[in-house]
Design a binder for this molecule. Structure first.
Ligand code: ATP
Ligand code: MG
Length: 652
């Protein structure tokens, strides 16, 4: 017989306490990287191994399909393969399929994969816009309401209390919401939230069903409990009934879905609700180097409000690593190119590409990285968002731009022509406040910036040339691969870890996002930075650019960087000071830069060596000097800034 895994080995005393606690309420409150997910998988496997639970009676839930899949893999490896690990929705779907025919005497209604069509119908009936982004915003607000257990009639009052900014006036939203529900019922369809609402209602109203359910499932486990919303909590309560066999783990400092109705109040209030609960706090961080941990502690230490239960300080357990690095760039393209060079350098030193991630706040930020990585022939994958050229608004814009290009006689002032053409697909001068409309605007403005970039390199370019350039880029960008660098939003990165993490675009308006206009919203943005920083095992790099790609508008670096950048770092200078410095060419020339990647140098050792800690030491100096001279010359000819990187194709 195969030897059973020793499930208490490789755990610290507190983790062991949580793993071996008797069945009943258990709560692990702990910061990122302290082994919460590891603790719950070991706990399940330990109880199974000791014969204290039957695998099929355990239900472990989490919030993303990927996290659930990872948990199943870990459980199998620990000898607890029969345990169900699912998202709330998948679990509810499975249960509903089983119980629906019994309760309703019909087959289960159809699950819709998205609600846009019916929301658009409901909006249309009221004479409201059915533009894709408007419908997306309405659908998002319906999701918030349903997740918060708020019906159409209660919406206006509840939305005011929660400080929501509905996409249309509240009374009108009530009518869209009610109209959508009516259309959906008539079509005998269910949306994702209905799965949860229906299973909760069945278990609450049908004692026989509840009894049968509770004979099947006896033990519940929830990962990332800080992000549970009222609807999911209601389902969890319906699953539990009067029992208390529930293990939860979470980190209130990682609550990043409160905009969508989630709240850490159940995590923080767990011990009050179950006074006999075993409550365990973990402080040792096994994921990250002490240098990364120190930065993460500082990010969250600066939070305005730290309710009880969130005041956890992480203590790094790993050997020392490099200091987190900071870099400021003139514009986004320069930032993306410099980071691509750093990625190449890391890969050259043996860090696998799948162990490197670039994390950003909004999906539109991925385009410059997709391009820079493609140019450098570095494979990547985009997680939790569509690749830039696959986004509906970009595809739509390309059709319009191709049309405009065909009619163009190649006269002049290109960015303007692109801007004009894109007005047809809804580009406005000022960015919309937030939501889906803002994301769409960001994508469209990225297309204008590509035009600005092209004109900088090829002043005589017109729309035709531009359309050809776009088509080429859409073609040449790599298809996603599993083994590549991960490009992901901060939201999609939760729970994951990489050896090297680049947090990019850390400017005001992006992090915190422009529409974070309340203290609470800004604090959620700060938690996003904390989530991002704590994904790194060893290398952490924070960067920002003072203008959009090719753009001239000056942007300020994120307020969250205040107090993080070390005093001896060139980027530590206050922005105003730096502007003055830049106005004086001599002062600017003294900023020490890495002779390989040209990022600002930090620390005396780096300055002495003349290169940053991420660049390799064995670069062919001679080639480098020649390349720089050549680039400078070529840049002068093409009238582009000297930092523009030429690919092999341009070199020949
Ligand atoms: P997050 O809050 O980001 O979800 P977490 O608390 O769930 O983090 P895990 O993902 O479980 O943390 O663990 C972080 C890393 O530390 C993993 O690589 C895990 O294998 C490792 N780890 C956890 N506990 C220990 C331990 N006792 N000894 C060694 N490594 C550990
Ligand atoms: Mg985890």
């Amino acid at each position: 017989m195969a030897e059973q895994p020793r499930l208490l080995e490789g755990l610290d005393p507190e983790q062991r306490q949580a793993v071996a606690a008797p069945r009943g309420p258990v709560c692990v409150l702990a910061g990122a990287g302290t082994g919460k997910t590891r603790t719950i998988t070991h706990r399940i496997a330990y109880l199974v191994q000791r014969g204290l639970v039957v695998p099929r009676q355990v239900l472990a839930v989490t919030f993303t399909a990927r996290a659930a899949g990872e948990m199943r893999t870990r459980l199998r490896a620990l000898g607890a393969g029969g345990v169900q690990a699912q998202t709330f929705h998948a679990a509810a779907f499975r249960q509903l399929r089983y119980f629906w025919p019994r309760v309703h005497d019909t087959g289960m209604w159809q699950l819709m994969d998205n609600k846009f069509r019916l929301v658009a119908n409901a909006a249309n009936k009221l004479g409201l816009s059915t533009e894709r982004e408007d419908v997306r915003d309405l659908a998002g607000e319906i999701e918030w309401a349903k997740s918060s257990l708020i019906g159409p009639e209660q919406y206006p009052e509840a939305a005011a209390r929660a400080g929501r900014e509905p996409p249309v006036v509240p009374a009108q939203f009530t009518r869209v919401f009610a109209g959508y529900e009516a259309l959906k019922n008539r079509a005998q369809s269910l949306d994702f939230d209905d799965l949860l609402l229906h299973i909760a209602a069945i278990l609450e109203d049908q004692p026989e069903v509840a009894e049968e359910f509770r004979a099947q499932y006896r033990s519940f486990v929830v990962d990332e409990y800080q992000d549970v919303n009222p609807l999911q909590q209601r389902v969890l309560d319906a699953w539990l009934g009067p029992r208390d066999d529930l293990t939860v783990v979470g980190d209130a400092n990682q609550t990043i879905y409160s905009f969508a109705g989630a709240s850490p109040r159940w995590l923080i209030g767990f011990a009050r609700r179950f006074p006999e609960a075993a409550v365990v706090r973990l402080e040792r961080d096994y994921r990250s180097t002490p240098q990364v941990v120190e930065l993460a502690n500082r990010v969250i230490g600066a939070a305005r409000e730290r309710p009880a239960g969130t005041r956890l300080k992480l203590v790094g357990q790993r050997p020392d690593g490099p200091r987190p690095d900071f870099a400021e760039y003139d514009d986004e393209a320069e930032e993306a190119e410099a980071i691509t060079r750093k990625i190449a350098a890391l890969a050259g030193r043996g860090v696998p590409l799948s162990e490197i991630a670039v994390l950003f706040r909004v999906n539109a930020q991925s385009e410059v990285y997709e391009q820079a990585l493609s140019d450098a022939e570095i494979p990547y994958q985009v997680r939790g968002g569509e690749r830039f050229f696959a986004r509906p608004e970009v595809r739509q814009a390309m059709v319009v731009l191709r049309g405009a290009a065909a009619a163009d006689d190649e006269v002049d002032d290109l960015p303007g022509a692109v801007r004009d053409a894109l007005r047809e697909v809804g580009l406005t001068d000022e960015p919309p406040a937030g939501g889906a409309a803002r994301e769409r605007w960001e994508s469209l403005i990225a297309l204008v910036e590509l035009a600005e970039e092209l004109v900088a390199a090829v002043p005589e370019a017109g729309l035709r040339r531009y359309a050809a350039e776009l088509a080429g880029r859409a073609e040449s960008q790599h298809p996603p691969t599993v083994e590549g660098v991960t490009l992901a939003s901060l939201h999609a990165a939760k729970g994951l870890e990489w050896d090297a993490v680049f947090l990019v675009g850390l400017v005001e308006g992006t992090l915190p996002i422009q529409h974070a206009d309340t203290d609470a919203a800004v604090e959620e943005e700060r938690r996003l930075l904390y989530v991002g920083a704590t994904r790194a095992r060893e290398h952490l790099h924070l960067s920002w650019a003072l203008a959009r790609a090719g753009g001239r508008r000056f942007r300020r670096r994120s307020r969250f960087l205040h107090g993080l950048v070390p005093d001896d770092h060139p980027a530590a200078l206050p922005v105003r000071g730096r502007q003055q410095q830049e106005a004086q060419p001599r002062a600017k020339a003294t900023t020490p830069r890495c002779r390989i990647c040209e990022s600002a140098l930090s620390g005396t050792l780096e300055i002495k060596l003349g290169r940053c800690s991420t660049c390799p030491s064995d670069v062919d100096e001679d080639l480098l000097v020649r390349l720089k001279a050549w680039r400078g010359e070529r840049a002068r000819q093409l009238k582009v800034p000297a930092y523009v990187v030429f690919t092999d194709a341009t070199l020949t």
